[in-house]
Design a protein around this ligand. Structure first.
Ligand code: ADP
Length: 247
């Protein structure tokens, strides 16, 4: 889609766990070219919503559209193949493999590629190296992933997602547990990728960072979208203040 057009659209999406409605009739658009934030207090449904979008969980009702197609019935790997990328937790890195091998590894998971060992020797290895340069970790390409710091592992994770050439990246707490220096670097990489055409949907607890990096910002509380708009407006929204203060 052209910049500003809807890339991801949730329409009346709900998910229950027993009697609990974790995601309650959520309608939300992520537009091409944005860094859209999804914030909200603990337990408000952010992780569940991410899982509904990637296909880790089935929705009970509603529709999810991505890049002009309805995707809520598709398996996770199919959604991934269509360009819906998600950064997973760093626990997925293989400590005994090199950083570069880790960047290529997700291709082995995907059904349309096999034999990653061969791939490492070819084109994919070059691309992995380029992506590691892009996230500022080129000099670590041939070191063991186990030697990296927590924040560096997040950047490897981002390079892994990029290997699949996503149109949209769902980022799960990019700032969580990262020191301020590396945080500045991570946000710089996100901005650069965004300038190059990658759209982001970001779940993040660091509110000052969200207000600085993201536009628009959507706020969940109790599984519902209670506010949505430019950061300046959302910050002043009485319903948002109330949700965060728990009054
Ligand atoms: P957030 O990511 O905003 O902290 P979650 O999506 O993790 O919120 O959780 C939303 C609500 O759904 C919470 O009340 C949580 O306890 C509940 N929940 C999440 N996953 C499950 C599950 N697998 N089984 C039962 N309840 C769940």
């Amino acid at each position: 889609p052209a910049p500003g057009e809807v890339l991801l659209s949730l329409r009346g999406v709900s998910k229950r766990f027993g009697g609990l409605v974790a995601v309650d009739d959520v309608s939300l658009d992520v537009r091409q070219g944005t860094i859209t934030a999804l914030i909200g207090p603990n337990g408000s449904g952010k992780t569940t919503l991410f899982n509904l979008v990637t296909g880790g969980l089935p929705a009970d009702s509603g529709e999810i559209w991505f890049d002009g197609r309805r995707v809520d019935g598709l398996r996770p790997w199919r959604r991934c193949h269509l360009g819906l990328g998600r950064s997973y937790q760093m626990t997925r890195l293989f400590d005994d493999m090199t950083v570069r091998e880790n960047v290529v590894a997700p291709l082995a998971d995907s059904r349309w590629r096999t034999m990653w060992a061969d791939a490492v020797r070819g084109h994919e290895a070059d691309r992995a190296r380029d992506l590691l340069d892009l996230v500022g970790l080129g000099r670590f390409a041939d070191q063991r992933a186990g030697a990296l710091s927590y924040g560096q592992r997040k950047l490897v994770e981002l390079a892994q997602v990029l290997m699949l050439e996503p149109k949209l990246i769902l980022l799960d707490e990019p700032a969580g547990g990262v020191n301020p220096t590396l945080l500045g670097h991570i946000t710089g990489v996100i901005r650069d990728l965004n300038a190059a055409g990658v759209t982001f949907l970001v779940v993040e607890h660091n509110i000052p960072l969200v207000l600085d990096l993201c536009d628009p910002v959507a706020v969940l509380a109790g599984g519902r979208v209670i506010a949505e708009g430019p950061p300046g407006r959302v910050r002043e929204d009485p319903a948002v203040l109330e949700a965060y203060l728990g009054t």
